[in-house]
Design a protein around this ligand. Structure first.
Ligand SMILES: [Cu+2]
Length: 338
């Protein structure tokens, strides 16, 4: 991120600007409509004798003013306004699609989302190491092993690594197993009531998460979406249509069965272990702040459609430590490159 980016806070990303402009014009139109409504209520209230042409009779269409200029303006002004806001929206759309993240870029984080009947599965194509911030606890897992520094209210910890689950207490707070990039490792620090009060996690490439969807802030997170791509129920089962919906972010994309194919992997031959599944649909998000947000299925997909929900947790990577970076797509393309 260059020096110029620091002058460009989140408020200046394209969709924030678009939101502000739409809100501005909505308020103008709303004020106009409600003021007009108020005038009409006062002017045509019961007991008041309207003058001449403006008299309204119950059951008959109101008398027109026969004012061509006024009628033409009534058509022209909203038309111009609609064309203007459409132009604004298309401009932002183009900018976003034009900037679809480069899969190899350092700040691109790719996850495969698979809709099955009836749950979501997440396969990580990039590794993610993260730790809760703003707590008094600290976990470090490096080549010499795991070391926990307990803070307030900690009572115990649960560590998961390739050898299984280890329960630790305040006295025994180390494990000598070195950090392994290829293995899922996790540490939960618990209070006396066994509530999780701090979490550290390493999700390796290829790892499948079944309930938790965890993504890093300040990254271009690209989601490659499939519907039951493994089709393990029977040979003719194709899966059904789902839609991955991050409702609070206004983002939604269909998971379409059959929109994928198998390509030979690095060995160049079909049918071997390294075959790659390609296709699916794509969506990308750029979360700027940490937090937990709901996920739902937005396409009726059968009996238990309503339970196809979950949460996405936005976290800071251990490397970056915070979610304070300004990240997003800006109107000035020169400022976009990270
Ligand atoms: Cu569904």
């Amino acid at each position: 991120m260059g020096d110029t980016r620091e002058l460009w806070p989140d408020e200046y990303t394209v969709f924030n600007i678009l939101y502000d402009k739409f809100l501005f014009w909505s308020i103008i139109v709303g004020l106009f409509a409600f003021i007009w409504l108020l005038i009409a209520i006062l002017r045509y209230r019961d007991g008041l004798e309207p003058a001449g042409k403006e008299e309204i009779k119950v059951g008959t269409f109101p008398v027109e003013r026969h004012d061509f200029t006024l009628e033409f303006a009534w058509f022209l002004v909203p038309t111009i306004l609609i064309i203007w806001v459409t132009w604004l929206a298309l401009g932002s759309m183009n900018l976003v699609w034009y900037n679809f993240p480069d899969a190899d870029a350092e700040d691109t984080f790719e996850v495969e989302v698979n809709g099955i009947q009836w749950a979501w599965q997440y396969t990580y194509r990039d590794a993610l190491t993260w730790e809760d911030v703003s707590t008094t606890h600290d976990v470090s897992w490096n080549d010499s092993g795991l070391m926990i520094t307990y803070g307030e209210n900690a009572a115990s910890a649960v560590a998961i690594d390739m050898s299984g689950t280890t329960n630790l207490d305040l006295i025994n707070n180390t494990i000598s197993t070195p950090f392994d990039d290829a293995v899922f490792q996790s540490v939960d620090i618990l209070d006396a009531d066994e509530n999780v009060i701090h979490r550290w996690q390493h999700i390796p490439v290829g790892h499948v998460m079944n309930t938790d969807f965890i993504i890093p802030c300040d990254h271009n997170v690209t989601l490659n979406i499939f519907s039951d791509k493994y089709g393990d129920k029977n040979s003719v089962y194709q899966g059904v249509q789902h839609a991955f919906w991050l409702q609070e972010w206004g983002m939604k994309e269909d998971a379409v069965p059959g929109l994928h194919s198998t390509e030979p992997g690095p060995d160049g031959e079909y049918g071997t272990f390294d075959d790659e599944i390609v296709g699916g649909t794509w969506m990308f998000v750029q979360p700027n702040d940490a937090g937990t947000f709901p996920i739902r299925c937005a396409e009726y997909c059968g009996e238990q459609h309503s339970i196809m929900s979950g949460v996405v947790e936005v976290v800071a990577t251990e490397e970056m430590g915070t979610c304070d970076a300004d990240f997003g797509i800006y109107f000035d393309n020169k400022e976009v490159s990270n």
